[in-house]
Design a protein around this ligand. Structure first.
Ligand code: ADP
Ligand code: MG
Length: 283
C-alpha cells in the first residue's frame, strides 16, 4: 500500500437551515481512488470548485469521508487513536501564508510544531536549522515574518511543516497568492524537498508550469478524477484539458496548434527547450 491511499472516497457538504433541516447537499468529492507511493511527486489539477481542497483535507484528517476510506501510511484516518500520527506524517500547507505564521521571529515560528509535539529543546533547534536550510530561509531565521515577501513567508510555512519530520507534505495552491518570483522560489523549495529529502509531495495547483516535474498528475472535475497520467500524457490531451476549463502552457498549446496545421511535432511538448529541439528535427 502507498503512503497515501484512498478507496472510493466520497464527501458531501450538507447545508442546513436554522431549524436544522437539510437544505441541500454538495457532493464535493466523488468516489476518488488514489494510490501514492512514498517519495512520489504528485500534482492535482482542477478548476475552482472541482473538489481539490476537500480531497486534500481528507489526507491529514481535517475531514473524514462520507463514504470510502483514506489511509495514510497504512493508518485509517477515521481511527482516532492515530489522529496525531497522521497529522504529523502528512503535513499541510495552505494558500495564504499570513494565516499560517504565528511566531514573532522566523525560527520561533518553525519551532512551534516540534515544540507542540514534545520534541526535546536541543532537537527542536536542530530541526529548525535543517528545515530553514532545506527551504533556503536560514539566513532569515532572526527576522520578523511580517517583513518577508509572500514567497519567503510561504517557505517559512513549509519549513514549519518539515520540522515535524513528515513523510509527506500536501500543498493546497501554495503559490496562488504569490508573484511569479515567489512562485518560483516556492516550487524550487518543494522540488528540493522531494529530490533531496525524499519527502512525498502532493501539490495542488492551477498553474500548469508547476506540474511539469511531477511523477504523476490527477485532474479533478466535479469531485471525480477526470484524467490521470504523467505530465506529458496529460499535456498530450489538449482538447480535453480545455473542456475541463484548464489552461495549457503556451508552448504546449503552440506546438499542438502547429501540429493540427500539419507541422510534424510530437504531442505533449512541455518546455521551450523541447519545442525548439522538436522544431529543429522537423526542418
Ligand atoms: P477546489 O479546492 O477545487 O476549488 P473545493 O473542495 O473547495 O474545490 O470545493 C468543492 C465543492 O464543495 C464546491 O462546489 C464548493 O462550493 C463546495 N464547498 C467547499 N467548501 C464548502 C463548505 N465549507 N460548505 C459547503 N460547500 C462547500
Ligand atoms: Mg481549493
Amino acid at each position: 500500500m502507498g503512503i497515501i491511499k484512498t478507496n472510493k472516497v466520497t464527501f458531501e457538504y450538507i447545508r442546513r437551515d436554522e431549524e436544522g433541516n437539510v437544505e441541500g447537499i454538495t457532493r464535493a468529492v466523488d468516489e476518488v481512488d488514489l494510490d501514492i507511493k512514498q517519495g512520489d511527486f504528485v500534482a492535482i489539477l482542477g478548476h475552482n470548485g472541482s473538489g481539490k481542497s476537500t480531497l486534500a483535507k481528507h489526507i491529514n484528517a481535517i475531514l473524514y469521508p462520507t463514504e470510502g476510506t483514506v489511509w495514510v501510511d497504512g493508518m485509517d484516518t477515521q481511527d482516532e487513536t492515530h489522529l496525531w500520527d497522521i497529522r504529523q506524517e502528512a503535513g499541510m500547507v495552505f494558500q495564504n501564508p499570513d494565516n499560517q505564521i504565528i511566531g514573532q521571529m522566523v525560527e520561533e515560528d518553525v519551532g512551534f510544531g516540534p515544540e507542540n509535539m514534545g520534541v526535546p529543546t536541543k532537537e527542536i533547534w536542530e530541526r529548525v536549522e535543517e528545515s530553514l536550510k532545506a527551504v533556503g530561509m536560514y539566513e532569515f531565521r532572526k527576522h520578523s515574518p511580517n517583513k518577508l515577501s509572500g514567497g519567503q513567508k510561504q517557505r517559512v510555512s513549509i519549513a514549519g511543516v518539515i520540522a515535524m519530520h513528515p513523510k509527506c507534505i500536501i500543498l493546497d495552491e501554495p503559490t496562488a497568492m504569490l508573484d511569479p518570483n515567489g512562485r518560483k522560489e516556492v516550487i524550487r523549495a518543494v522540488r528540493a524537498l522531494n529530490d533531496v529529502e525524499g519527502i512525498t509531495v502532493v501539490l495542488i495547483t492551477h498553474y500548469m508550469e508547476e506540474i511539469i516535474h511531477a511523477d504523476h498528475v490527477f485532474v479533478m472535475d466535479q469531485g471525480h478524477i477526470a484524467m490521470e497520467g504523467t505530465p506529458r500524457e496529460i499535456f498530450s490531451r489538449v482538447d480535453e484539458l480545455k473542456k475541463l476549463r484548464l489552461d495549457v502552457p503556451q508552448v504546449t498549446l503552440l506546438a499542438h496548434e502547429l501540429r493540427e496545421k500539419g507541422v510534424n511535432l510530437p504531442e505533449g511538448i512541455l518546455t521551450i527547450e523541447e519545442f525548439v529541439e522538436a522544431l529543429n528535427e522537423c526542418r
